[in-house]
Design a protein around this ligand. Structure first.
Ligand code: NAD
Ligand code: MG
Length: 394
């Protein structure tokens, strides 16, 4: 028997996955790894298996599984190897695991995150796209199975830390007037608007404060990331769109705030490093060391805040509107954005066309007011992807 709580990490080779393993490695008596998953980075997951000895490893395809299995056996390791979406759902819901880090990027992470929620796990949610797409479905699955949902997104983790423990999605009862999400503004905050057509993927993913995966880095540059986070905050904290404010704070020292009816505003601060929210969620309600240096306020100097400009960041406005429209509209927004961001990364469209494609898909795809189930979410996701692809390739 190995020590501590057994954790499944969905997306272990990504930026969040690697940071999670870094925190776990600091607390070998407290945690062990049940399962690791990767899509195509076999070398990456092989090294992780050598170091963390998971019981199961999941990869994207049968070929990848064969290669990984041969390499593992060659090193005398017993980790079982499987592949595909069903296997991801199995390791997310297996009785052996207590807590699941949901850190696959994009819509593909929805089914396994939902499987963890339905199985009553402690779900540490990094994959914001899952919650944006499925909203009420996800929240209902959590409450029916008595699962615990802990936000990993730094803003939502900050808000969670600034709310009373008894909060439970009821802002009125606890005197919450609004939540304030901070945004760095990304790499193009001050760049002349007419030059944005020419920016390259490399420039867009060079985030000034955070080191992250490619997709979320582009989302940060368009501020669609903040838009998705507005929707995420709505579902996590039960707060209407009108009470979720976004403020640009280029230093990324305050990770978000809660404003109360008595005029108090509580903020969570720290160096911009995802190991802080990861350690918080892993140990909650305790605290453990994360490996992040304490904040040096004198070195930080001063903190700036400004209102976001929708002219520069149209994606933020599209996300607020999608949340107001409700039903499957956020799922359509998310799917169109995923396709447009990939097309930008593949150099098929310019940076400013990302928002344009999303807006046009939202106009084209007919949506239902309420989503009846996962099939309905996936149907809208699929329709939005088709519409986005036809706009990009026509
Ligand atoms: P990343 O691109 O670095 O890693 C993504 C992970 O998902 C990888 O392990 C990859 O193997 C896996 N994956 C990708 N496609 C897959 C597929 N088709 N099937 C199975 N697995 C697949 O991304 P990231 O930056 O770590 O972000 C992960 C999630 O966390 C995203 O939803 C992102 O929005 C969210 N998030 C990230 C950060 C951050 O600082 N990186 C902060 C907040 C929220
Ligand atoms: Mg965030």
């Amino acid at each position: 028997m190995r020590a501590g709580k057994k954790i499944t990490i969905l997306g272990s080779t990504g930026s969040i996955g690697v940071s999670t393993l870094d925190v776990l490695s600091r607390h070998p008596d407290r945690y062990s790894v049940y399962a690791l998953t990767a899509n195509s980075r076999i070398d990456g997951i092989l090294l992780q298996c050598e170091r963390f000895h998971p019981e199961v490893a999941v990869v994207g395809t049968p070929d990848a599984a064969r290669i990984l299995e041969t390499a593992l056996r060659g090193k005398g390791l017993k980790t079982a190897v499987t592949y595909g979406e069903k296997a991801l759902c199995e390791v997310a819901s297996a009785p052996e695991t207590e807590a699941v880090m949901a850190a696959i990027v994009g819509a593909v992470g929805l089914a396994p995150a939902l499987a963890a929620a339905r199985a009553g796990k402690k779900v540490m949610l990094a994959n914001k796209e899952a919650l944006v797409m499925s909203g009420q479905l996800f929240i209902d699955a959590m409450s029916e199975s008595n699962a615990t949902l802990l936000p990993i997104d730094s803003e939502h983790n900050a808000i969670f830390q600034c709310l009373p423990v008894s909060y439970q999605r009821s802002p009125q009862r606890h005197g919450v007037e609004r939540v304030v999400l901070t945004a760095s503004g990304g790499p193009f905050l001050t760049r002349p608007l007419d030059s944005l057509d020419k920016v390259t993927p490399e420039q867009a993913i060079a985030h000034p404060r955070w080191v992250m995966g490619r997709k979320i880095s582009v989302d940060s540059a368009t501020m669609m990331n903040k838009g998705l986070e507005v929707i995420e905050a709505h579902w996590l904290f039960g707060i209407p769109a009108g009470r979720i404010e976004v403020v640009i704070h280029p230093q990324s020292i305050i990770h978000s705030m809660v404003s109360y009816v008595d005029g108090s505003m509580i903020a969570q601060m720290g160096n911009p490093d995802m190991r802080i929210p990861i350690a918080h969620a892993l140990a909650w309600p305790d605290r453990i060391a994360s490996g992040v240096a304490p904040l040096d306020l004198a070195k930080a100097g001063y903190l700036q805040f400004e209102k976001p400009d929708y002219g520069r960041f149209p994606c933020l406005k599209l996300a607020y509107d999608a949340l107001q429209a409700g039903g499957a509209t956020p799922a359509i927004l998310n799917a169109a954005n995923e396709v447009a961001v990939q097309a930008f990364l593949d150099k098929r469209i310019g940076f400013r066309r990302i928002g344009d494609v999303v807006a046009r898909v939202l106009d084209r795809v007919i949506t239902e007011r309420t989503i009846s189930g996962l099939e309905s979410v996936l149907m809208h996701d699929n329709a939005a992807r088709k519409a986005a692809n036809s706009l990009i390739f026509s």
